[in-house]
Design a protein around this ligand. Sequence first.
Ligand SMILES: C[S@@+](CC[C@H](N)C(=O)[O-])C[C@H]1O[C@@H](n2cnc3c(N)ncnc32)[C@H](O)[C@@H]1O
Length: 220
Amino acid sequence: MFKKILSFFVPVNLVRRDSHISQKLEVTLNNGKLVLDSKNTNYSYGSLQRILRKGLHYIGFDRIRKFEHVLVLGVAGGSVIKTLSDDIKYKGKITGVEIDPKVIELANTYFGLAEVRNCTIVIEDAFEFVLKAKEKYDLIIIDIFKDAEMPGFLFEEFWINSINALLNVNGFILFNTMTLNKDHKDRNLAYKAAFNSDYSVRMYPKVEDHNELFTIKKLR
Ligand SMILES: C[S@@+](CC[C@H](N)C(=O)[O-])C[C@H]1O[C@@H](n2cnc3c(N)ncnc32)[C@H](O)[C@@H]1O
């Protein structure tokens, strides 16, 4: 209780773990709420949860409730999974893919991820998972960061085509990106241009500071 009150004045660190993927993982109480951070950025809950919630809002909560299967690439503390289950009351299947087993340990211990009964977690590189995947999804949330860096494969044609092949018609991709400089902005414009007229692509710049969200609907 004391730590919770203190956290309204200064962030109170509860756990620190080394991770070869994210360099450092920290669970911190901030204004009475738990957040998961990597060395240089917020990974889960806090601003990250607000950003993805906005993306889901753009797609439409009513529409999402009718989806059958959601794929989350990059799970961390699982805040978007909690938004889906607790706020949106989504009851369909969720598959979460996360490369770092240490974040899943923290997600289960501190953020109650294991309590989400309709969610299955796969510990694997999302790139490998997508290569082998056979199922189709109605919503694919791409939120992959290594600390503050976005791996280059996320913007390559091969990955874009592989993800598109896993998406049902009328399904959506929600892609969270970070744009810190002009190169990143150009990279995102090139990403948008990679989709043909079978897709409706929307960009939401400056969702919070440096985040730019994409929603992409498969029309046919
Ligand atoms: C911003 S966090 C995800 C936050 C999460 N979507 C949420 O709702 O709380 C980014 C995550 O991507 C994971 N990641 C990085 N590279 C990955 C990869 N190649 N495959 C799967 N996960 C990866 C990191 O370990 C980290 O947990």
